[in-house]
Ligand binder design. Structure first.
Ligand code: NAD
Ligand code: TYD
Length: 349
């Protein structure tokens, strides 16, 4: 029996990771620790909440005493750390929230792992989930490799870069067994509709403007969230200690192109005229310090661990649209209340 702590398991990527581990490893005990911020939602885990190897703990990773008690109580064998503030636009309006959760919260977890594992690191692992945004912004060519220097450009990416540095520093200084992965933009079911794709799906359905920052020529690499969860499983079980793995979809898109493709898919699904949803596209003020291009070289994880994306992008996007159209209640629920205030401030403020 292995005891595994997954932080941020009620969030977008976290719920898919929790589900994969709960279903695939019945002999593990999975503890999902989540503060249930605006981004965390236990509805995401309804299908597995009764599983005998799954346990939910509500708590905040920035609470030092609580985290220390938790590690003392449970003697975890491994940690997969996903809990974070994750949205760049929010980091621009409230950077300190990102410092607290992403840096302080990560250091709290590292300290407790170090303290409670110090006598015996055998079979222990602290797996830190990070982003390609720590590498900064690319021009028209080139890819982020594991050896690319860090050059974060937003408060979000600066906080994630800082947390990555702390994880490596704990490996170097205290010999804590760690592994880190840096992934590109995820898309798929259960993503909070403040991020580009679910926001546009929601707005297309409701015939609302689709806000495109600047000219829509920024480029991102997109990966289906369940393929990210599969990569995390591979790295957790087979990754080399102290190594970094870049994870990506080999799938670069300009923002405008991806939104147009989404419009066309949704026109078909909603029985609208060809081109109807594209008329909702609206160019708005650019994001401050908007990173131009992210592109991942994911050859290391492919060659060393035999992982690659399982879905073609169009297929993944259709599955995603289907999920949102079939889960209107989920969308209504998460877009009520605070979401309205956020949206008003971000797009009409
Ligand atoms: P998310 O915002 O959807 O979920 C974050 C989760 O963390 C939520 O459930 C939230 O309640 C929880 N949380 C936030 N603050 C907490 C705290 N102080 N204590 C405990 N729980 C807290 O984020 P996501 O998109 O699922 O991202 C998960 C991780 O993956 C993050 O570390 C993010 O940096 C990283 N990542 C995300 C992407 C992406 O495209 N979404 C890409 C690469 C890496
Ligand atoms: P986002 O989903 O916020 O992810 P990230 O900033 O982490 O890449 O944004 C993806 C891209 O879409 C990014 O270039 C910003 C852009 N974008 C818009 O054009 N309009 C929007 O309303 C949002 C949320 C994002």
């Amino acid at each position: 029996m292995r005891k595994l702590l997954i932080t941020g398991g009620a969030g977008f990527i976290g719920n898919h990771v929790v589900r994969l581990f709960v279903n695939q490893y019945p002999d593990y005990s999975i503890f999902n620790l989540d503060a249930l911020t605006y981004a965390g939602n236990l509805e995401n885990l309804k299908d597995i909440e009764q599983a005998s190897n799954y346990h939910f703990i509500k708590g905040d990773i920035t609470n030092e005493a609580f985290i220390d008690r938790l590690f003392g109580e449970h003697q975890f064998d491994g940690v997969i750390h996903l809990a974070a503030e994750s949205h760049v636009d929010r980091s621009i309006s409230d950077p300190l929230a990102f410092v607290k959760t992403n840096i302080l919260g990560t250091v709290n977890l590292l300290n407790s792992a170090r303290k409670h594992w110090s006598n015996n690191y055998d079979g222990k692992l602290f797996y830190h989930i990070s982003t390609d945004e720590v590498y900064g912004s690319l021009g028209d060519s080139g890819f982020f490799k594991e050896t690319t220097s860090y050059d974060p450009q937003s408060p979000y990416s600066a906080s994630k870069a800082s947390s990555d540095h702390f994880v490596r520093a704990y490996a170097n200084t205290y010999k804590l067994p760690v592994v880190i992965s840096n992934c590109s933009n995820n898309y798929g079911p259960n993503q909070f509709p403040e991020k580009l794709l679910p926001l546009c799906i929601h707005n297309i359905r409701n015939n609302k403007p689709l806000p495109i920052y600047g000219k829509g020529d920024n480029i991102r690499d997109w990966l289906y969230v369940i393929d990210h969860a599969r990569a995390i499983d591979k790295i957790f079980h087979h990754g080399k200690r102290e190594e970094t793995y870049n994870i990506g979809g080999f799938n670069e898109w300009k923002n405008l192109d991806i939104v147009e493709l989404l419009c066309d898919i949704m026109d078909k699904k909603l029985g609208r005229q060809v081109g109807q949803s594209r008329t909702l596209i609206t160019f708005v003020k650019d994001r401050a310090g908007h990173d131009k291009r992210y592109a991942i070289d994911a050859s290391k994880i492919k060659e060393e661990l035999g992982w690659e994306p399982s879905l073609q992008f169009e297929e993944g996007l259709e599955k995603t649209v289907d999920w949102y159209l079939n889960n209107q209640k989920w969308l209504d629920h998460v877009t009520s209340g605070d979401y309205q205030n956020y949206y008003q401030k971000q797009y009409q403020g």
